[in-house]
Write a protein that binds this ligand. Structure first.
Ligand SMILES: Cc1cc2nc3c(=O)[nH]c(=O)nc-3n(C[C@H](O)[C@H](O)[C@H](O)COP(=O)(O)OP(=O)(O)OC[C@H]3O[C@@H](n4cnc5c(N)ncnc54)[C@H](O)[C@@H]3O)c2cc1C
Length: 275
């Protein structure tokens, strides 16, 4: 199907994007890699009059090593993230997850900001960023705010970002648990979207964060697993009640009982790798 006609704009700085978002309101949509938005437009599920292309803004593509954190520009592609050495050293689950997304074309176009703004339940970044204790830097003409990842995902395709706002960066803290982390997934063989994905970040004898995507409509941390691991339980015991606290999805790829089973299997895989 052919997408509807739109006015296309390509600003070269963030302030210009923010002004356009403010002035055009509901009549515009940000486009980054276009790998989710264009299919949605082709299906006429979204029909904006204006597209604001944010891929020509160098600041939004930067991956910066700060003293205590790493910031990933919202327009960094999955491929750029996958080959970043600083991220590999301080948060290996980030580069691992990036390299597992889709195929090479998807990784070369798709961006981390676009993925989390879209908030597909099967996308990989949400679980990884929950486990990483990331925060999301968001700007509008009213200023800047930073949203804790635990408050960011609010439901299927729903986040804390408002229509007039732009995600500018994702902040990853440099912590002992992120330095010892991994991401594993059982993927749909054609698209490689996750049927079940699990990210685990564990500081031995310290903090543990374990998060899932693909399992329920909203990505989530399994705090029962985290508490059990921090209390010294073995992996089998810690994962015995995986995903008990959420409503597990059921679709033609996996019915809920099978998906729940997979969640426990992939939690064990992830924890075996990091413990
Ligand atoms: C064949 C195929 C296979 C895929 N496989 C996987 C996979 O295995 N795992 C996975 O996780 N993903 C997968 N994807 C999704 C892909 O990785 C993209 O990341 C994702 O589609 C969105 O990123 P994008 O940059 O293309 O965003 P776009 O499509 O440009 O935008 C998506 C949405 O986010 C909004 N948006 C974009 N950037 C911002 C911003 N900075 N601030 C605020 N809002 C913004 C847009 O307005 C739009 O609503 C796949 C996609 C395809 C087509």
């Amino acid at each position: 199907m052919i997408p509807p006609q739109v006015a296309y704009r390509k600003p070269n700085n963030i302030n210009e994007v923010l002004s356009l978002l403010h002035d055009l309101g509901d009549d515009c949509k940000i486009i980054a890699g276009g790998h989710s938005l264009i299919p949605v437009m082709k299906l006429r599920l979204n029909d904006p009059e204006n597209l604001i292309d944010i891929t020509g803004i160098p600041e939004l593509k930067e991956i910066r090593d700060n003293e205590k954190s790493i910031t990933i520009g919202a327009c960094a592609t999955h491929a750029e993230i996958a080959r970043n050495e600083v991220l590999r050293q301080h948060a290996p689950m980030i580069t691992t997850a990036a390299s597992m997304i889709g195929d090479i074309a998807v990784r070369n176009f798709g961006t981390i900001g676009g993925s989390i703004a879209h908030a597909d339940p099967a996308a990989d970044w949400p679980a990884v960023l929950l486990a990483a204790n990331a925060s999301i830097v968001i700007k509008s003409t009213d200023g800047q705010r930073e949203v804790d990842i635990d408050q960011f995902f609010q439901g299927m395709f729903t986040t804390a970002v408002q229509e007039s706002e732009l995600i500018t960066a994702i902040r990853i803290p440099k912590t002992a648990f992120n330095a010892n982390s991994t991401y594993v997934k059982f993927s749909q063989p054609a698209s490689r979207f996750a049927i079940v994905g699990c990210a685990a970040a564990v500081e031995k004898g310290g903090e543990a964060r374990v998060a899932f995507n693909g399992v329920s409509a909203t990505p989530f941390r399994d705090t029962a697993i985290e508490k059990a691991i921090m209390a010294g339980a073995d992996i089998e015991t810690a994962t015995a009640n995986t995903a008990d606290a959420v409503s597990v999805m059921s679709d033609h790829f996996a019915q809920s009982a099978y998906r729940k089973h997979l969640a426990a299997v992939y939690a064990r895989k992830a924890l075996s790798a990091v413990l």
